[in-house]
Design a protein around this ligand. Structure first.
Ligand code: AMP
Length: 113
């Protein structure tokens, strides 16, 4: 089932896109939880981490490499940042199209709530 992120991929609804290639899209979270809050998603529709297949391994790697690239480009690589995948209800997943949260720009607390 498609989600609002499919509409962002298809440019049917607006988003502030910070990176795009043929497999990956990254855009600012609409409800940022830190001064920098980016979502990095595969263009391929995968609902949750539970749905990942072995053939998706390189694609998941691309999500992290995009986080690394943006951290360097946007200058928060040295200060630090957090990457998060939420899975299903207890993980706090609201949009069922996998997305890597990248949070930066403030000291993040641990453990998360
Ligand atoms: P999660 O709770 O891990 O599923 O995260 C979903 C994230 O998507 C939340 O941080 C939302 O603020 C964000 N979000 C929902 N709709 C949009 C949108 N249209 N544009 C950008 N971010 C969105």
């Amino acid at each position: 089932m498609s989600t609002i992120f499919t509409k962002i991929i298809n440019k049917e609804i607006p988003a502030t896109i910070v990176y795009e290639d043929d497999q990956v899209l990254a855009f600012n979270d609409i409800e940022p939880q830190a001064p920098i809050h980016i979502l990095i998603i595969p263009k391929k529709q995968i609902a949750t981490l539970n749905d990942l297949q072995i053939e998706d391994a390189a694609l998941v790697g691309q999500l992290f490499l995009t986080a690394k690239l943006l951290a360097k480009q946007m200058g928060f690589d040295e200060a630090g940042y957090r990457t998060v995948f939420n899975c299903n209800a207890d993980g706090g997943q609201a949009v069922y199209h996998i997305h890597l949260h990248v949070l930066a720009g403030r000291k993040l607390s641990w453990p998360p709530g």
